[in-house]
Design a protein around this ligand. Sequence first.
Ligand code: GLN
Length: 241
Amino acid sequence: MRLTRLFLITLLLFVTFLFGKTITVGTSADFPPFEYIENGQFVGFDMDLMREIAKLAGFELKFVDMSFDSLIPALRAGQVDVVAAAMTITDERKQVVDFSTPYWTADQSIIVKADSDLTITVLHQKGRIGVQTGTTGDLWCTDNLVGKGLLLEKNLKRYDTFVLALSDLLNGNIDAIVLDSPVANRFAAIKPVKVVGIIVTGEQYGIAVKKGNKELLDKINSAIKVLNETGKMAELIDKYF
Ligand code: GLN
């Protein structure tokens, strides 16, 4: 009996060693250069960062795409093990999930159509502003514009994805989008849009795990440390920025 059990445990360890553990990574792949889909593949800084972490920590990865505001619920429900989605570490989120050490710092930017005369004052006029639901851009506009009576609630349009927000901006259905500065800069380089203002938030991105999953978080943090020390992180930054 004892021997059989020992044999089974050894076999299990061997199989785990042989095939590695598969970690499911939730992302919202509409956010270049952090996460997007190219030729059917998940690409971007966060995706490569996860691949490097997985190599060091010895696990396999499976990526799952969903709307940004579904990521934390999916993590809490155990449908994904990790969220890698340029997710800002906020106090509210820290109450429900755990974050890795920060790996990026960003601000919010305001983008309008490239041929538009609108300026940053679009936020304080009768502008129709687009945000992605549940993002820090959404929270900033909700608190600082709608909350202070500077923007009518009905003029703040929330979208599941930036693909939808951008098409509404280009069709003239909204006047501006508020989103993370590195992504605004990337959109300005690849789409007919331009940045007309920056809201300095100094927010930091972290990789999220289920609250209390210390084992996985420790592995991620040790890997991030190694990537910083070996220059691999700098290489990834060079690749995408
Ligand atoms: N950094 C922002 C946030 O955490 C936006 C992230 C995103 O849209 N992927 O809310």
